[in-house]
Design a protein around this ligand. Structure first.
Ligand SMILES: [Zn+2]
Length: 184
């Protein structure tokens, strides 16, 4: 799995793409797409970290392999989590259900996708229909290697590659923002 740096960067990228593509607020009023919507960004970034909530159990019981990166890293759990979270958010605020559901689902699923692009045992993408693990043939991230403990020199490489990924995301968004502004 990548570290939270890559997951947060990806969640942030999705939230910006979402706001640039659909710059209406809750009342359908078109807002300045270049202005950051903190609530939407917070929801998507939260969703992009949500599958790793199982790491808490791994830390509590000192057994990452048994608890972490299991069924939470599946398309199905993404859908279940998105329905539960968006229902709660819509009950507590005046958010639109489908819009919130889409945001949470895309944040959650991008996490599962990034994990499948990292060296390791892959993700249980199709759970509960299949316990098979899936991963992409090529790896985009170096990732966190839990078997080496919290403090490993290899994790400097993890940090380095993911900070570069974060910068790439940042400048790609700035570029798209700039192009959209140019169009008016
Ligand atoms: Zn994960």
């Amino acid at each position: 799995m990548p570290s939270p740096i890559a997951h947060i960067a990806a969640g942030f990228a999705i939230s910006r793409m979402y706001q640039i593509a659909k710059p209406e607020d809750q009342d359908g009023i078109v807002e300045d797409a270049h202005h950051l919507d903190f609530a939407a960004t917070g929801i998507i970034v939260f969703a992009s970290m949500l599958p790793d909530a199982d790491a808490i159990l791994g830390i509590l019981f000192s057994d990452f392999g048994a608890y972490h990166n299991q069924f939470t890293h599946s398309l199905f759990m993404g859908l279940v989590s998105a329905v539960i979270c968006s229902t709660l958010l819509c009950l507590l605020s005046d958010r639109k259900f489908m819009q919130t559901l889409t945001m949470i689902l895309s944040g959650y699923w991008i996490h599962v996708l990034l994990d499948s692009m990292t060296p390791g045992r892959g993700v249980m993408l199709l759970w509960p229909w299949s316990n098979n693990r899936f991963q992409t043939g090529w790896k985009f991230f170096y990732g966190v290697h839990w078997s080496e403990g919290w403090f490993s020199l290899h994790h400097l490489l993890t940090l380095f590659t993911e900070i570069i990924f974060g910068f790439f995301i940042f400048f790609a968004i700035r570029f798209i923002d700039f192009r959209m502004k140019g169009r008016g």
